[in-house]
Structures are given as C-alpha cells and as structure tokens.
Design a protein around this ligand. Structure first.
Ligand SMILES: NC(=O)c1ccc[n+]([C@@H]2O[C@H](COP(=O)([O-])OP(=O)(O)OC[C@H]3O[C@@H](n4cnc5c(N)ncnc54)[C@H](O)[C@@H]3O)[C@@H](O)[C@H]2O)c1
Length: 282
C-alpha cells in the first residue's frame, strides 16, 4: 500500500483533537473535521495551548510549533475530507458513524483507509456489506490521545491484512505502541477495565467508601488514576455508552450491568471534566 501522507480526523472533541495534534506533530498533513464549528474552535485553541506548553518545556522549538500549526486545516465541510486515511472520532453512535463513512466513501479514492476510534461498537458491524469493508478497521486511541502510547488496532471480519500492516506502521510513525486484536465487545482494554469502573461504583452504592477514598486506594496500589477521576476524564456519557454497548453485545450478563449512579450523572449532564462537574468539580 502507498505510504500515508494525509490524515483526515473526523470529530474535534476530546479524542479527535488529540489525534489531530499528534498526527501533525508527527509530520502529517491533517484535516480536522467536525459538524460543530464551536468544537473546531475549541480544538484549535486546545492544540495551540498544548504546543505552547511543549515550547515552554523545550520539547519543540518555536518554529516547529508554527510548522505543526500550519499542517492542520480545520473544516466543517465534509467535501474537504479527502485523505489517505480517515480516522473517525465522532460520537459513540453506530448510525451516525455509518452514515459518515458512507458519505466519505463517495468523495474519497477507492484506496482510502477508513479507521474508527470507537470504544465499543463492533468494527465488523460498522463495515458489514460495505464496499469499503476490506479497507476498514478499528484504530482505538486512548485519552489523552496526544500522550497515551497504546493504540488497539482492531481487525474486523473483512479487514485486509495489508490495511492492518499499514495501521501498525502508521501507529509507530505517530510514536505509539500498536497492539492488534480481533473484533470482540470492548476489544481488550475496555473489556477488562469495565470492572474497574463498575465495581468502584458498586462500592459507592453500598456506601462502603467515598469517591475520594476509592481513588486514593487504587492510586496507592499503582494505578495511574483512580476509577472516578478516570471516568471524569473520559466523559460520563462516553463511558456509560461503552458500558451499555459491551453489556448488550455480551447478552446482558449481571456482572457487567451498567451502573445507575452513572446513568443519573449522564441525565444530570454531570459528564466530568468537559462539563465542569462529574464525580468531582472542576
Ligand atoms: N473519551 C475517551 O476517553 C475516548 C477514548 C477512546 C475512544 N473514544 C471514542 O472516540 C469517539 C469520540 O469520543 P470523544 O470523547 O472525543 O467525544 P466528544 O463528545 O468529545 O466529541 C465528539 C465530536 O463529534 C462531533 N460530531 C458528531 N457528529 C458528527 C458528524 N456526523 N461528523 C463530524 N463530527 C461529528 C461532535 O460535534 C463532537 O465534537 C467515540 O467513538 C468514543 O467512544 C473516546
């Protein structure tokens, strides 16, 4: 396959913004697309402020900072989304993602790779019966995407091995550590980590310990972030939606039942850092 030169990142929220930043920092030309102009503006400000910090810490020079900024084009028009690879990071909703890929298929070359950053939707289901199925895979970054090293590369039922190889190569060019896995509910991390969140909320419901105490204990045992701080960082809506999708995909087992505490937080728009309040206040 041709080497990747141009990357289009769809969705300029928490994940899309970080992916666009690391792609530009790694020397790629980037198109950052979102249907919401306000999100594009927020993403641009967040990237600029992060780059400024990197200059302050002497990780990059002032001229590199300018070059990185110049490499990203921000757009709310889908017609500008033509690239060697599309990395989709829009809301965790199967219909919206499928509709977007179908639209992108019409304006892109027949060689463009389609990668989804979904946390939990079946990558095979997203691409089944599509004429781009062989060029479709999961490319699951972790939050914050510009920093976290792990990328899960998810092989869907129809993904070509050349596409997997290209994604592994691309991940390395982005400074990441790729791990290839087959499509399964929650992939690897989101399946195993589900219990980290769910059991913590269960303890809270049983009034066994406070949010702060549970986080403190888990951090003291070696986890980088306690479960409640992590849910606030991820976004309550995103985390709750992943819990539901994984639970349903596995036939609703009791051990993975989504938490009412989290459901109520989502209903109250207490989504974590992004809304200023979750389990903590920001
Ligand atoms: N938040 C995390 O920690 C995390 C980690 C890994 C993967 N993910 C996955 O990444 C994806 C994005 O999550 P996020 O946390 O960045 O969400 P977010 O809510 O921060 O951002 C989603 C963005 O998608 C945009 N959008 C919605 N519909 C669109 C469309 N049709 N075309 C273009 N843009 C559209 C919204 O305007 C918004 O800016 C989800 O699939 C999520 O499961 C999230």
């Amino acid at each position: 396959m041709e080497p990747i030169k141009k990357i289009c990142v769809c969705g300029a929220g928490t994940m899309g913004s970080g992916i666009a930043q690391i792609a530009a920092q790694s020397g790629f030309n980037v198109i950052q697309f979102d249907v919401n102009s306000e999100m594009l503006f927020k993403s641009q400000s967040a990237i600029e402020s992060d780059l400024k910090k990197l200059v302050g810490r002497e990780k990059i020079t002032a001229s590199q900072q300018e070059e990185i900024k110049q490499r990203i084009v921000f757009t709310s028009e889908i017609k500008n989304c033509c690239a060697d690879i599309i990395i989709e990071a829009v809301v965790e909703n199967k219909k919206i993602k499928q509709q977007l890929f179908d639209e992108l298929c019409l304006i892109n070359d027949s060689t463009t790779i389609f990668a989804t950053n979904t946390s939990s939707i079946s990558v095979s289901e997203l691409s089944v019966n599509k004429n781009y199925a062989s060029r479709f895979a999961g490319m699951h970054f972790f939050n914050p995407a510009q920093i976290m090293k792990l990328v899960e590369i998810i092989r869907a039922a129809g993904t070509g091995e050349d596409v997997i190889e290209t994604l592994v190569q691309l991940s390395k060019q982005l400074g990441k550590t790729p791990v290839v896995c087959n499509d399964a509910p929650g992939f690897i991390v989101n399946r195993v980590a589900r219990h980290y969140y769910l059991e913590a909320m269960q303890l809270l419901e049983e009034e066994a310990a406070s949010v702060e105490a549970i986080d403190k204990v888990m951090e003291a045992t070696g986890f980088k972030m306690g479960p409640f701080k992590l849910m606030d960082l991820i976004g309550m809506d995103v985390n709750y939606s992943v819990s539901n999708i994984v639970w349903e995909a596995l036939g609703k087992p009791e051990r993975l039942k989504p938490s009412t505490i989290q459901k109520n937080k989502v209903a109250a728009n207490e989504l974590g850092k992004k809304t200023g309040k979750g389990f903590y206040e920001y």
